[in-house]
Design a protein around this ligand. Structure first.
Ligand code: F0G
Length: 460
């Protein structure tokens, strides 16, 4: 007999709902114009389904909300800090914790401690805030991700992997002493949420050990990466997400974390390291930029919700449904013939704007234009991850990234499968009229992280 199919469903039920606002086309046109064709500048009241980011947009569980009531708002030595510290040690395996208000707070502190002027920081693709903090500290980022990651069509399952020969070249050119650490992200955001394999991490660890170079882990979406290792990497199908997360972390020396993603909270982050000296300096520096070392810019209740969220994030049922929903949307879009980054990643579906809009040259911001059109159709808010996000080099020239993408980022535990259907249908309608879509010109450009606040006008 043929094996019966068994579907997964969300491992939770709803106790409270937030009503959504529907808008008219005329309202959306006005909102888009006022926002200068930048989806970051649209008021969320004018958005129907918000896929701008999975950052800070998750739904907390009843247990996390209950934890908020247990907030110990003491200035120093809050019990919630000690709870969080214990969870970070047990679930993630790092020795010392410095909380920060969010991920970039940790990146700032870490970059200031480890990077000297003229240093080189190799990494598996840049991330906007991470690279900027490296540059502001006087360093230069060098991309050492495998070439496959820059090709949206390539279906290699671990496109987050490092190309060790690229790292070796950097060591030969600059010397290991000028490389304070290798910056490794799990679920590489800018590549489309692509995982790094355990085998690659192990090799990288052995290689960096030889050269006495640290590995710093951007563990923002580590559980999602662990899920792909469990599903796709030999020898890991019987291991739990928790075990895989611990093993990943064991090959690294420290981590920066934006807890607003994997860890299911609306605000929070941390720096976690194994080296006492770095910890000591970070604990000292956090007082300058974030707050005392036992709260780092967070309320006690935020740390409690984070501690509970970390535990929930490594549960098998959670991660299966979370990534399962992303895969569901991605496969639906593939069925409509929409060009997306393959394989489908862990936190969102990334549409290949270069292929969707081949008639718009990169300097006219195809992904930005596409995100605007998608919003116009049904009020679905996505974001650009292409030339606008890539910004300018320290010398002022534009970066021209190979990937010109629109990200449909799925918040955790927020939308249903029916929402996914509506999103895919809207994208298909925009795809049908793709030839009529025009490019944009930038009319306002902020100095840092321009994608957040830049303004555009439509080209005629
Ligand atoms: N690292 C990664 C991989 C991220 O995705 C982010 C944030 C950060 C660091 C910075 O953390 O926002 O807490 O300061 N990514 C968000 C996004 C903004 O939409 O992808 P943060």
């Amino acid at each position: 007999m043929e094996k019966r199919k068994r579907s997964w469903a969300e491992p939770y039920k709803m106790k409270m709902v937030e009503l959504l606002k529907m808008t008219t086309l005329a309202q959306r046109k006005k909102a888009l114009q006022e926002a200068g064709y930048n989806t970051f500048l649209i008021h969320s009241d004018d958005v129907y389904i918000d896929l701008l980011t999975d950052s800070g947009t998750s739904a907390m569980s009843d247990r996390q909300w209950a934890g908020m009531m247990l907030g110990d708002e003491a200035y120093a030595g809050s019990r919630n800090f000690f709870h969080l510290e214990k969870v970070v040690q047990e679930v993630y395996g790092y020795s010392y914790l410095v909380p920060t208000h969010q991920g970039r707070g940790a990146e700032n502190i870490l970059s200031r401690i480890l990077i000297r002027k003229g240093d080189i920081i190799p990494g598996n693709m840049y991330f906007t805030t991470t690279r900027l903090h490296q540059e502001l500290a006087g360093g230069k980022f060098e991309d050492i991700i495998i070439d496959e990651a820059h090709d949206p069509e390539n279906e290699f399952p671990f496109k987050g992997n490092v190309d060790l020969s690229k790292l070796e070249k950097l060591i030969n050119k600059y010397g290991a002493a000028r490389i304070p650490y290798v910056s490794i992200a799990t679920s590489v955001n800018m590549a489309g949420g692509q995982p790094i394999s355990m085998a690659n991490l192990k090799e990288l660890r052995a290689f960096t050990k030889k050269h006495k170079i640290r590995i710093i882990h951007d563990m923002t979406r580590v559980a999602e990466n662990a899920f792909f290792i469990q599903q796709k990497e030999k020898g890991y199908d019987k291991k739990s997400i928790r075990e895989i997360v611990r093993e990943i972390n064991s090959y690294t020396d420290g981590a920066t974390m934006s807890a607003k993603k994997d860890a299911l909270v609306n605000i929070g982050g941390f720096l976690a390291v194994n080296d006492w000296d770095i910890f000591e300096e970070a604990r000292n520096m956090v007082v300058v930029y974030e707050g005392l070392h036992t709260y780092g810019g967070l309320a006690g209740r935020d740390m409690e919700a984070m501690a509970i969220g970390i535990e929930e994030s490594v549960s098998k049922d959670h991660i299966k449904a979370r990534v399962g929903q992303v895969l569901y949307l991605g496969n639906k879009m593939l069925n409509y013939g929409i060009p997306i980054v393959k394989p489908i990643g862990g936190h969102g579906v990334f549409v290949n704007a270069k292929k969707f809009l081949p008639h718009i040259p990169q300097e006219n911001f195809p992904a930005q234009a596409l995100a605007a059109e998608l919003y116009l159709d049904a009020g679905v808010r996505t974001m650009e991850r292409g030339i606008v996000s890539a910004g300018r080099k320290p010398n002022g020239e534009n970066y021209f990234p190979k990937l010109e993408l629109v990200r449909f980022t799925i918040p955790r535990r927020v939308y249903t499968q029916a929402h996914m259907d509506v999103i895919a249908e809207s994208a298909a309608i925009v795809y049908d009229r793709r030839k009529k879509i025009k490019g944009l010109k930038m009319v306002y450009e902020p100095k840092y992280l321009r994608f957040f606040q830049a303004k555009f006008e439509k080209l005629q």
